[in-house]
Design a protein around this ligand. Structure first.
Ligand code: B3K
Ligand code: ZN
Length: 877
């Protein structure tokens, strides 16, 4: 352990920057051995700071070597500046001056993938949140916005493509024969949006004409062998640009928009101004190599990064505590876009299912934090599901409270008021409130209070008076650093069904409606419906109108009714999930206490009629058929017994499969598509139902199913079907599973993104020697520790390997901890993310809990990066 541990910084300590940088001129002399960066910063004291003698403190990194620094042309001797803790401090400065810095960096040795680094044969950058300081000394904070001009010097033979933000304004040759390219971005931006790319890249060109008639050049760059896989992303980009104009009135601003795919990247993609950089897994797509899910992800990520041009770049964050200002809003925007492009209900179910599984777990764990955190040690640890997904739910609730029209007025006001500024979540809410006239004072607590509220509903029906009362209570459990909680402003959308499943036109607050939004603002409130002609079944929290845990004692019959008849598609899924959770909870208890498993499943009857109803969207049928995941059931459990959960799920799956064997076989046949592959909503829906049916069918003793799996694997013309069959084969212990896995690798060994799928599936397979399998994968020629996608594939796959990861001797946990220790120095961001499964130790059953905790303690004893230190130390509290 280090002698002094990293300390936290606090939102309450925010101060305006003492200096501003009006113009930033950068020159990169790129080379394989060392890269020289020269910066000319046009600086002045910030008039808002008020102090006239504050020293200039520039952020740097341990990997940046300062060669020289000058002020207005005067080279500073060493006694006139200091280098302390990676900061460059200059005590005496004028009120305005030009600071010139020359620094030396080694991108080829940058394994952290922050700042400037090499991926395959190219140079690329990642500067959010604090990567720019690993390039040169700077005021690396989002409220310092500057106009950038970037000069790139490199050997044209190896780096014919040289890109940065904005427009290319000059191209020339140096005396040594190198090429010089100059880029200028007229929009002031913080350093985190800076980007540079240089390499031998192929390009796909296109054009988009904006609503005002301006032509924008669109370019996607990849290594040449991948350029045939960008058509889908290009179309998605054009759809996003059009959608943002139509839905939000936002037009693109520069004359060129570029995207570059890189293989080594810590996350999905980055919205650098005019030059987005993407993890190739979120950009490349072709029917033969890409599954339906991945197609949809490409579309969503392209949209998300594009939408940031307004929600993030034109209006950015004042400080990193406000991260959700841009991320929550942009996730809401990309979710709405995908909903409009495909099925809104399917999209909502998928998003909520993810939120309830992963964000709820985060919000109940040691890293729980408000959507606007009040402190952090390392900001990279706060690119979380809470900031992104719960942040999006907050924006969605504002949308629900205001309605479509006023929400649009609010967003127009927000962009108009704050264009070119770095602002706060409060500014966003203020614009929404001012434009709508709706008071959001209480609502703002959602930003500052962590934890998932528990909303408990009780009802009373008074037949003589035809009145129906809903009493709703809310309570938010304590989270680290927040022992007591206040009531939140929670919109709860409700409908009432009669016993035949028809919607009741009840009266609420003087108006008749079949769908009302109740506004819960106190710890407990009673809401009254009148003219209710029969005892209703309430459909609560329609479309998941708030990110809460809902408690209402539904009977199985009520859930079956909602599942088959609710007009809210989301709640049909939700009812099925609840029914499955209820049955699984009984089974988990039986499994945990060593009893034989037995259940009178009522879900079976519901699923039987579901499969028989041809009017339904096949994608919804598939989602309803999907049993609650291992991860979701773990989130719900008070104490997690991983093997009991797995056993219970498997038992219920086999029970359903045997009861409905013929229906599954039939559904499988009915959904085979004979036409060419299309990633259309319709075809994706049919493939998902087909795959779900095959997965159940594979659990039966019907001898035809094994042949069907093998046939689908061998003859599929697309990755969704091929990989779908392979996964089912592997997880149902198909006799040919091993040879299919081998054949799959041989077929695709030259397609790294497909190999990643193979790595993940291989790591997740149930085997007595699961750990040895995973160790073998990490020694496999296709594995590369530098590549985060590969690390995540293997370790993520192993995390899903219930028996292997949770082995009673603790060997699975030890193995993961070993990898975290190795990666801690090489790539702290990646290492820190890998800690997540270990942070759940307190909820595990005691025998496993102690083993997991011991691994966290072992990690903590190492010399840790800030990233890993923060997560591990907070988890052990
Ligand atoms: N804004 C980036 C995330 C950067 C993460 C840095 N550790 C991608 C996105 O959310 O669009
Ligand atoms: Zn984002």
């Amino acid at each position: 352990m280090k002698e002094s541990q990293p300390s936290a910084i606090y939102l309450k300590d925010y101060k305006v920057p003492p200096f501003l940088i009006d113009k930033t001129e950068l020159t990169f002399d790129l080379d394989e051995a060392t890269t020289v960066v020269t910066s000319r910063l046009h600086m002045r004291r910030n008039p808002l700071d008020g102090k006239s003698n504050a020293p200039l403190i520039l952020d740097g990194g341990e990997d940046v070597k300062l060669i020289g620094v000058a002020m207005d042309g005067y080279a500073l001797p060493p006694e006139e500046y200091q280098l302390v803790d990676d900061k460059l401090i200059i005590t005496a400065t004028a009120d305005s001056f030009i600071l010139t810095c020359e620094t030396l960096i080694e991108p080829q040795n940058n394994t952290r993938l922050e700042g400037l680094y090499r991926s395959s044969s190219m140079f690329c950058t990642q500067c959010e949140a604090e990567g720019f300081r690993h390039i040169t000394y700077y005021l690396d904070r989002p409220d310092v916005m500057s106009v950038f001009t970037t000069t790139i010097i490199a050997d044209e033979a190896r780096y014919p493509v040289m890109l940065s933000n904005g427009n290319e304004i000059e191209r020339a040759k140096t005396d040594e024969g190198k090429t010089v390219v100059v880029w200028h971005d007229p929009f002031p931006k913080p350093a985190y949006l800076f980007a540079l790319v240089a390499g031998d890249l192929a390009v796909k060109n296109d054009l988009f004409t904006t609503q005002s008639g301006r032509d924008v050049k669109l370019q996607i760059f990849t290594e040449s062998h991948n350029i045939d896989k960008v058509d889908y992303a290009m179309e998605a980009l054009k759809r996003s640009m059009r959608w943002d104009e139509e839905k939000y009135g936002r037009e693109y601003d520069l004359d060129i928009f570029m995207i570059v795919a890189v293989d080594d990247f810590n996350m999905g993609a980055m919205e650098n101004k005019g030059l987005n950089v993407f993890n190739s897994s979120c950009l490349l797509a072709s029917p033969k190599t890409t599954t339906d899910d991945a197609f949809l992800r490409v579309e969503a990520v392209v949209a998300h990064e594009y939408f940031h041009n307004w929600s993030g770049n034109r209006v950015t964050c004042r400080d990193w505590f406000q991260l959700s200002l841009k991320e929550g809003f942009t996730v809401f925007r990309d979710q709405s876009f995908s909903a409009d492009m495909h099925s809104a209900t399917v999209k909502r179910v998928e998003d909520v299912s993810f939120l309830k599984t992963a964000q709820f777990a985060e919000d109940a764990g040691p890293m729980a934090h408000p959507v606007r955190p009040s402190s952090f040690i390392e900001i990279s640890n706060f690119y979380t599901l809470t900031v992104y997904e719960k942040g999006s739910e907050i924006v969605r609730m504002i949308h629900t409270l205001l309605g479509e029209e006023l929400f649009r007025k609010g967003s127009d006001l927000y962009f108009e008021r704050h264009d070119g500024q770095a602002v706060t979540c409060d500014d966003f809410v203020a614009a929404m409130q001012d434009a709508s006239g709706i008071d959001l004072t209480l609502f703002k607590r959602w930003y500052s209070q962590a934890g998932t509220p528990i909303v408990t509903v009780e009802d009373t029906y008074l037949p003589e008076e035809q009145r129906y009362l809903l009493t709703i209570k809310q309570e938010t459990p304590a989270t680290p650093g927040q022992p007591t909680k206040l009531p939140l402003h929670i919109p709860i959308r409700v409908g009432l069904l009669n016993e035949q499943g028809q919607e009741i036109q009840a009266q609420y607050q003087g108006e008749h409606s079949t769908d009302v939004t109740l506004l819960l603002t106190e710890a407990e409130q009673t809401f009254e419906f009148t003219q209710v002609s029969s005892k209703p079944v309430p459909s609560l929290l329609r479309s998941f109108s708030a990110p809460v845990k809902l408690r209402y004692n539904y009977t199985a019959d009520q859930l079956l009714l909602l599942m088959s008849a609710d007009s809210d598609g989301f709640n049909r899924w939700s009812a099925a999930q609840q029914l499955a959770v209820n049955e699984l909870t009984q089974l988990i208890e039986q499994a945990s206490s060593g009893q034989p498993l037995a259940i009178e499943s009522q879900l079976v009857a519901g699923l039987r009629s579901l499969l028989a109803d041809e009017s339904l969207d096949p994608a919804m049928v598939a989602l309803i058929l999907a049993l609650p995941s291992q991860a979701y059931l773990s989130e719900l459990a008070e104490t997690i017994d991983p093997l009991a959960i797995r056993k219970a799920r498997q038992f219920l799956k086999v029970t359903i499969a045997n009861a409905l064997s013929e229906q599954f076989a039939q559904t499988y046949q009915n959904n085979i598509i004979t036409s060419d592959y299309q990633p259309s909503a319709q075809d994706i829906a049919r493939r998902s139902l087909k795959s779900m049916a095959l997965s159940y069918w594979s659990e039966t003793s019907d001898d035809k199913v094994k042949a069907a799996i093998a046939e689908q694997f061998a003859n599929a013309d697309n990755m969704t079907d091929q990989f779908g069959a392979l996964s089912i084969a592997v997880h149902s212990a198909h006799p040919d599973a091993a040879s299919m896995l081998n054949a799959f690798y041989e077929q695709w060994k030259n397609e790294p993104l497909v190999v990643n799928k193979w790595l993940m599936l291989s790591a997740s397979q149930d085997a007595d020697d699961a750990l040895a399998v995973v160790e073998g994968l990490m020694a496999h020629p296709s594995f590369d520790l530098k590549n985060p996608n590969k690390v995540r594939s293997v370790l993520g796959g192993f995390g899903q390997n219930v028996a292997g990861f949770h082995k009673e001797d603790g060997s699975g946990y030890r193995f993961l901890a070993d990898q975290i220790i190795v990666l801690n120095k090489r790539n702290p961001q990646l290492a820190s993310r890998l800690c997540t499964p270990l942070t759940r130790w307190k909820k595990l059953k005691p025998e496993l809990s102690v083993k997991m905790k011991a691994e966290l303690e072992r990690i903590l004893a190492e010399d840790l990066s800030k990233d890993v230190y923060e997560v591990v130390s907070k988890s052990l509290v």
